[in-house]
Each structure stands twice: as structure tokens, then as C-alpha cells.
Design a protein. Structure first.
Length: 219
């Protein structure tokens, strides 16, 4: 029984990852209904693991259940989008302030540089968004604050979904790469003031980009 339960849990997680991938890539858009039997047939399973996967996604904030409609891809309100981005900005500002108090971890800085090298070769929005999140997560880890790291991690997939919408705008990936290069340069020089100013502008530009995107969609 334990083995069967583990297998079903693993399958549920795998299905949840698959649906998440579809949402982040834009293959599923807000309001799209998740049809249980389609995923069950695709994976050759009963609906139980699919229901569990959808439940996991609802906890992550990617899916919501609507009466008489069922499970659908969550559509974020403007306030929810701005709140997520502003909380992210606040946590990153706290992280870089903590970095300035301590000796910069060169191993983490090299990890950021390695991630950036991968980012330079990515033009597909989904892949770039994932790497961008890893880059910023490494910055947060450099703060050596488990509290900041835990709170940042809780922003989870909704943050990635919103960021992928921003990177879909023309020129935003190229701009992001340039600014990440500058951030690493300032950190290597231990110029925390310039690094802080750059990170603040970088994150505020994401909010501005989303405001323009939402404004155009509402016309």
C-alpha cells in the first residue's frame, strides 16, 4: 500500500508539473478549464491523481475552482499582480541590504554569473523566466536570511507566471540580460549602493511593463 501511495503521489506531482509548464508557457491561459479525463487518458490513469494534481495547483495559486465550471487556470486581478511584484521587490531590497552587511559569498556570485551565461542563450520566454527566477533566488540566498528566502519562495509559480508575461514584451529579455550583467559587476566591486539602485530600477521597470501590458489588454 505504501508503494502504491508513493506512486500515485509521484504521478500527481508529475501531472501538476506538466500543467504548470503549460500555464507558464501560455499553452493554457487564464479561464481555461482543466478537463480531468483528458489528463487521465494522457497518463493512462484514473482521475484520482489528476484531482490531486489540480488540488496541488490550487494551493500554489495557479488554479482556482469556480462553482458550476470546475477547475480553471487562475486569472489574476491587477491588484494581485501588483501586490506580488511589490512584495518581491521589498524582499529583494531587504536581501541586498543584508548582503551589504556581510562579506559577499564569491561562490554564490559565481553561481549567478553561470546562470547569466545560460540566460544569454535563451530567447524562449518560458526558459528565460525559469533562469531569471534562479538568478534572483541566488541573490536572495546571498542574504543568508532563511526568513527572506522562505518568504520569497512562497511567491512561487504565480510570480513566474507574471514575470513570463513581462518577458513576452519585445526587448525585455535583452534589457534584463544587460541589467543582470551590471548587477554582477557592482556586486563584484562590492558597490552595494549602485547594486541597490540598479535592482530597484530593474524591479520597478517590471511593474511599469505590466501596467502597460494590462492597459493595452483593457482597451
Amino acid at each position: 500500500m505504501k508503494t502504491n501511495k508513493f506512486t500515485q503521489n509521484a504521478l500527481s506531482n508529475h501531472i501538476a508539473e506538466h500543467i504548470t509548464d503549460q500555464i507558464i508557457k501560455g499553452e493554457l491561459i487564464p479561464g481555461d478549464k482543466l478537463i480531468e479525463h483528458i489528463y487521465a487518458e494522457e497518463y493512462g490513469t484514473s482521475r484520482a491523481p489528476v484531482r490531486e494534481a489540480i488540488y496541488l495547483l490550487s494551493i500554489e495559486g495557479l488554479v482556482e475552482r469556480i462553482p458550476r465550471k470546475g477547475a480553471v487556470v487562475k486569472e489574476y486581478t491587477e491588484n494581485e499582480i501588483y501586490d506580488l511584484l511589490e512584495i518581491r521587490n521589498m524582499l529583494e531590497m531587504m536581501a541586498i541590504e543584508r548582503i551589504g552587511r556581510n562579506e559577499i559569498d564569491q561562490a554564490d556570485l559565481q553561481k549567478m554569473a553561470d546562470i547569466l551565461e545560460e540566460m544569454k542563450d535563451k530567447t524562449e520566454v518560458h526558459q528565460y523566466t525559469q533562469l531569471n527566477h534562479s538568478f534572483h533566488m541566488t541573490l536572495v540566498e546571498m542574504s543568508k536570511s532563511e526568513t527572506i528566502k522562505t518568504m520569497y519562495s512562497r511567491l512561487g509559480w504565480p510570480l513566474l507566471r507574471i514575470q513570463s508575461l513581462s518577458f513576452a514584451n519585445d526587448g525585455n529579455i535583452e534589457k534584463s540580460v544587460r541589467e543582470h550583467q551590471m548587477l554582477i559587476k557592482f556586486l563584484r566591486e562590492e558597490n552595494i549602493e549602485e547594486a541597490t539602485n540598479l535592482l530597484k530600477r530593474h524591479n520597478e521597470d517590471v511593474i511599469s511593463s505590466m501596467k502597460k501590458k494590462l492597459a493595452s489588454q483593457n482597451k
